[in-house]
Design a binder for this molecule. Structure first.
Ligand SMILES: Cc1cc2nc3c(=O)[nH]c(=O)nc-3n(C[C@H](O)[C@H](O)[C@H](O)COP(=O)(O)OP(=O)(O)OC[C@H]3O[C@@H](n4cnc5c(N)ncnc54)[C@H](O)[C@@H]3O)c2cc1C
Length: 407
């Protein structure tokens, strides 16, 4: 879908770097607020929504997990509502299929209680505690003694959402230039100058939504190095077609509250496939979708960051478990079989992998909040963690507010 007809060079009011779901949603929001703004979106890949947006679980989260009153909670609940509306308006296929978060034994009930408390405080629509019988009515093959049922959770292909927004932008006369990698940023005389694969664009201001490459571009523009992006590879398996009936909608574990990952889950994809995963293992490249892909610059960046070693000291046990999942399909299948006991190692086959742009603070903290930084005439989204695909339209409003304040 290379958009070679677009010429992004010249002058604009605003340049948005990155045509993932966030950059696109932001351009849409800016255009809605002021249709007279001239905007260009610059994307290095040949298509929009390729990286995190196109390699996710495809779940429209309902807002259960996040601390009440937090930005993440508010943006997720608002964002999910807006995402469903957009899909309806633009004809993007989606399904409000519902989800269960399952407690396997009594030891998990206090954490399930806490999730229920959070979900209710966050006003997640229809959230309910259910017992084993009702769980089996919803998911006949699931194990578990109790669960939370969230009927408002849904599924969509976020890459399709990105494409729909890009079409809408095109209709509004906004240039979305693909195959247009940004290579340098400089500012002066009331302008920011963006050098890219097709020349250069000058703008009143620029907003960077560059996902896994956000730290690099921010530093290039003169922003601070903290946090660093450390890529985590998430491998998925999928159920063989004849075993798909084992999972009707979405089956999730009770997550470890210390980690920013939701744990291995079973998710029906909008295509009908049932995914198992993802794993979460340090990756050797910010685009390491294949295990063999090693980017020396990315490896050096990870190893040179003091936070990496602090994180490794704290989380090495989790790392060993994830390494086992990554090394063995059978181990990952066994982890999923705790939730669906009929699932055997021969019921799964390898599916795709995603790479998470995990922001890691210098002190070794896995950053779980949004992080912005500023450089002259530019705003950088340094961390837009899951569920940022769900929340994209609400985050876009927040970033547009931030940009209006900054410039
Ligand atoms: C395995 C996995 C599962 C997930 N599951 C879910 C889920 O079920 N639900 C959910 O809500 N969220 C989920 N997420 C999170 C969600 O996918 C991301 O938070 C969201 O997609 C972030 O969007 P983005 O636009 O910021 O990033 P991206 O989609 O990564 O977009 C960044 C864009 O910037 C471009 N770019 C980078 N550098 C340059 C440059 N120099 N010049 C031009 N362009 C550049 C990239 O090519 C890319 O297109 C998941 C993430 C992963 C990794």
């Amino acid at each position: 879908m290379a958009d070679v007809t677009v010429d992004p060079s010249g002058e604009r009011d605003v340049v948005v770097v990155g045509a993932g779901i966030l950059g696109l949603a932001l351009a849409r929001e800016l255009n809605r607020r002021d249709p007279s703004l001239s905007i260009a979106v610059l994307e290095k890949e040949e298509e929009v929504g390729f990286h995190q947006t196109g390699h996710s679980s495809g779940v429209i989260h309902a807002g259960i997990y996040y601390a009440p009153g937090s930005l993440k909670a508010r943006l997720c609940v608002e964002g999910a509502r807006a995402m469903y509306e957009l899909c309806e308006q633009r004809g993007v296929p989606f399904e409000r299929c519902g989800k269960v978060i399952v407690a396997l034994d009594e030891s998990e009930l206090p954490r399930l209680d806490e999730l229920e408390r959070r979900g209710i405080a966050n006003q997640v629509p229809g959230l309910r505690r259910i017992g084993a019988d009702e769980l089996r009515e919803l998911e006949p093959h699931a194990a578990g003694i109790e669960a939370l049922h969230s009927p408002a959770t849904g599924i969509v292909d976020f890459r399709e959402v990105a494409r729909a927004i890009a079409r809408e932008l095109g209709d509004a006369g906004i240039d979305v230039a693909t195959g247009c990698a940004v290579t340098d940023v400089s500012a002066g005389s009331g302008r920011v100058r963006i050098a890219h694969a097709r020349g250069a664009t000058a703008a009143r201001f620029a907003i960077f939504c560059a996902g896994a490459w956000s730290d690099r571009l921010a530093m290039r523009a003169g922003a601070e190095p903290d946090p660093r992006i450390v890529p985590f590879r998430g491998q998925y398996l999928k159920l063989r077609p004849e075993r798909r009936p084992l999972v009707r909608s979405l089956i999730y574990p009770v997550p470890d509250p210390e980690l920013p990952f939701l744990g291995v889950h079973l998710t029906r994809h909008i295509s009908g496939e049932v995914l198992v995963g993802p794993t979460a293992l340090l990756a050797l490249g910010r685009d390491a979708y294949r295990l063999g892909r090693i980017r020396p610059r990315d490896v050096a960046s990870t190893l040179a960051w003091p936070g990496t070693w602090r994180m490794a000291r704290r989380w090495w046990r989790t790392g060993v478990t994830e390494l086992r999942y990554a090394a063995s399909r059978a181990q990952l299948a066994r982890a999923a079989a705790r939730y669906v006991p009929a699932l055997g190692r021969d019921d799964v086959e390898t599916a795709f992998a995603g790479v998470r742009a995990q922001a890691l603070a210098r002190d070794g903290r896995l950053v779980d909040d949004f992080v912005f930084s500023r450089s002259e005439r530019a705003l950088h989204v340094r961390n837009a963690p899951s569920p940022a695909a769900t929340s994209a339209l609400a985050i876009a409003r927040m970033v547009a507010d931030e940009a209006t304040r900054s410039f």
